[in-house]
Ligand binder design. Structure first.
Ligand SMILES: [Zn+2]
Length: 308
């Protein structure tokens, strides 16, 4: 662990809150911060650092941490749902191709209109944009304000494109609509890339406040990878639509599906990350000043002077 050494100014501090030893759970309240746990010998200071999260408490305060936490989680749930609804029908049709006997076994259960639900979820995501945006007159040019605008623009483009796709299959079904459909796919990809670009910046600023997010290696989803999977889906669709050679089309189809699966799994992780961040923002760790009480140093003859 890269635990910073205990600063001298806490040499006379005692633990003021009932915090429990990291290793054995012993209640350390009242013990000196420099000492060791009487039960297991672990440095008390280690438990203090674990409880306090000095990195998070050194960051500038958020105006409304609860609203920001809720907005992050809601935004991720909307994006996850909107993505699933866009991918559901292509995935069902892809799966149906493996069994020619039951040509529409799965896709029969996924009507093309589900894409309207995706547009609705993109609109619902706007609640998060409103909550994340800085108030009028405050830091309108700040980096997070720019990232929130990316997310907002991405959601607008997503809602329009998903609606367009729904209208194309419902109102004007046409056998040679493949190129128009491809244009919608490209627009959806651009929308997703915008949202992820914004999320990248927002998570960089806000994610630091969650120790779980900050330090997790396996559970933390990189946002740039998500942009790569979106690019893979769009490229796969372009080749599937425009290429002639059967083998090339097959490879492109499989690429699209693999990238789609990676996208959904990654979004699942991002949603979990948003839940971590929300939890840290709702229940922030106590500050060092709350955990430690510095006892004024007793003069050597303190006892005598009191008796006088
Ligand atoms: Zn202990």
């Amino acid at each position: 662990m890269d635990a910073p050494p205990q600063p001298d100014r806490f040499a006379d501090a005692v633990i003021a809150l009932p915090i429990h030893c990291r290793r054995c759970g012993y209640n350390l309240r009242g013990l000196p911060a420099v000492g060791r746990c009487p039960e297991c010998g672990t440095d008390v200071w280690q438990t203090v650092l674990h409880t306090v999260d000095p990195t998070a408490s050194s960051l500038p305060r958020l105006r409304n941490p609860r609203a920001v936490g809720d907005a992050m989680l809601w935004l991720m749930l909307c994006i996850l749902g909107a993505t699933l609804l866009v991918l559901a029908r292509p995935a069902a049709r892809f799966a149906d191709r493996f069994d020619p006997a039951t040509a529409d076994a799965l896709s029969r259960h996924v009507p093309p209109e589900v894409v309207f639900g995706s547009a609705l979820l993109a609109v619902a995501g706007f609640w998060s944009v409103v909550r994340l945006a800085p108030p009028r007159g405050q830091e309108p040019r700040g980096p997070v304000a720019r990232d929130v605008r990316f997310v907002a623009l991405g959601l607008v483009v997503w809602a329009i494109s998903a609606t367009a796709r729904g209208l194309m299959v419902r109102v004007a079904p046409s056998p040679d609509a493949r190129v128009a459909d491809l244009a919608v796919t490209v627009a959806l990809g651009a929308a997703a890339a915008l949202v992820f670009a914004g999320l990248h910046g927002i998570l960089r600023a806000i994610g630091l406040r969650s120790r779980e997010y900050r330090t997790s290696r396996s559970g933390r989803q990189g946002v740039l990878v998500m942009i790569a999977t979106v690019a893979g889906i769009v490229l796969g669709e372009i080749v599937t639509t425009l290429a002639d050679a059967h083998a090339v089309v097959e490879v492109a189809r499989i690429t699209t599906m693999v990238c789609g699966l990676m996208l959904v799994v990654g979004l699942g992780y991002l949603t979990m990350n948003a839940a971590w961040i929300r939890r840290a923002l709702r229940l922030p760790p106590p500050s060092l000043a709350a955990v430690l009480r510095v006892v004024p140093e007793m003069p050597p003859h303190a006892g005598g002077s009191r008796a006088r």
